[in-house]
Design a protein around this ligand. Sequence first.
Ligand code: SF4
Ligand code: SF4
Length: 229
Amino acid sequence: MPELLSISSYVDCHGCSLCLLPCPMWRAHRDIMFSPQGIAKAMQSEASAEDLRESVSSCIMCGACDTVCPENIDLIGMIAQMWSEIALPKAMLEPEVAPSPFVMSCDASVQAQIGKDDLYVIDAAPFHVHYAERVTHYDDLRKNTGCSMNLDLNRVAIPTGTGSAAEALEKFDVKKQVQWLVQGRDFKRVIVENRADMDVLREITGKPVFCISELLGVVVGSRGEHAAS
Ligand code: SF4
Ligand code: SF4
């Protein structure tokens, strides 16, 4: 049986380009080298992490590519390994604190406050890490409340890009990404899972923006600490 999630599995990339569709790095650059496919293919040709420094340091670690790859290549693991080889800051997702935004979104009193006029912005990275277990929950939340969400047609969360590593953010236009995220959506209020998304969404949409922790009556600090309000 083939090993599915090993870092070396970039060798299994067959170039289908599906990972380009949700990748904000590719959207920003429109250059195959700034995509998981381009990185995997370059590694197949023995490119080193240093050779690929510019592209791997532009990844915002949103995890969207991992959910769509038909070969189940551990693309996040591949890029994180390269970050460590070129001494970029640790690129791993911080552990979720309790209650996590996902847990808050399961609360009936929180769900009762979400409606059809809301744009609900899922925190992309933890969603993609737990994609298989969470996608049905968010589908139900969307159906039951009538809200819109930052999900694309493949039910992959469109990331805002805030809260990413500094080096990547210098090369990534968060405002453009958020403009793309809200384009064509009709809503009167925004609810975010990640407080880091609040300011940019307020600025781009001009609409009221709330954090899900406010719906639960919990104040969550920027580093993840929380306390009952
Ligand atoms: S989706 Fe997977 S197999 Fe397809 S190009 Fe991207 S990394 Fe390669
Ligand atoms: S983690 Fe996000 S930005 Fe990085 S390669 Fe995958 S989809 Fe692109």
